[in-house]
Write a protein that binds this ligand. Sequence first.
Ligand code: FES
Length: 382
Amino acid sequence: MPKDGSGLSLDGLGLPLWLVVELTYKCPLKCPWCSNPVDFDQYRNELSTEQWKEVLRAGRRLGSLQLGFTGGEPMLRNDLEELVAEAESLGYYTNLITSGVGLNTERLRALKNAGLKQIQLSIQSNDRQHSEQLVGVDVLEHKIAIARAIKAEGFPMVLNVPISRFNIERTEALIDLAADLGVEYLEFANLQYYNWALVNRAELLPTREQLAKSEAAVNAARARLGKRLTIFFVVPDYYDDRPKACMNGWGSVHLTIAPDGTALPCQEARLIKGMDFPNVRDHDLGWIWHHSPAFNTFRGDSWMSEPCRNCSEKEKDFGGCRCQAFLFTGDASNTDPVCSKSPNRHLIDNLIARAEQRGEAESDSSKPLTMREIKRRVRSEA
Ligand code: FES
């Protein structure tokens, strides 16, 4: 098993196998769980086409293999096809993570010709009005039309459903929709509570019972549909007693480049205040990955304090998520409070208890959701 020099086993030989490029923070949708920074509009200095191409070349030199184009909404970049073609010439396996807004048959064909391998399309509801309530734009019919066009052009496709209290009761209906669309993969991604989702966490967090029902519906559909549709169900880690092995360990296999060229060990890392993340405009990507202080801060296990330091599971979960540790405790080097061994686990339990008290309504109309960019209320359908 490869080692990183400090005793921990690392997947991916310590190479940034998984490169994610956030081409822009701009997006026409207003999702109240958006993973972009809450102050995303302060980052306006997007990399140019040529700068992005150099990032792709440098990533391949470092050993990156899988490349995700995301944002914001990556379709808002007119050079996307050009960047995909560059990635294809470099030998990446490419996927596009999109809301579908800005996609049409012509651009799909251009992306296919450029070499794009897979598309992940997000969908939030099977009902037009409900979808509009959730994302702030009347977009469901377009998404469904685009899903069909993606299949018609022969792309493998993941339908991604960000799951919250507002749509978890629709699990079965969304499975039916995915089966009807003929997608290969359906991912129910329970929200991870960072940035905009964190702002709205009290409203968005489902109850344990809702999760159990949703997972049961997924299991029934798996039995019914077999290989026709592969369904992933990503549980919210708050309901677990061990933390997720976030990013397979900090600086282990994952590298994100933000729109302004900032290099991050995960898409959320900017929220850790006091850390200085390097920028590809100023530094060689190889130096950033191998030698920058930011990427080395939480590598290995020398940064760990108890209970992680002497924990028999530290090579499984690497102490959990650094961003979550920071958000809950103000210190990113603490054990992820999701872990039942953490002295801060009660902070998670308190949140869960509040979610249970709120009951199982699809939404609570007495509380507003803060939409990305603008503040407005999302009301219950009931
Ligand atoms: Fe940043 Fe987990 S999301 S380390």
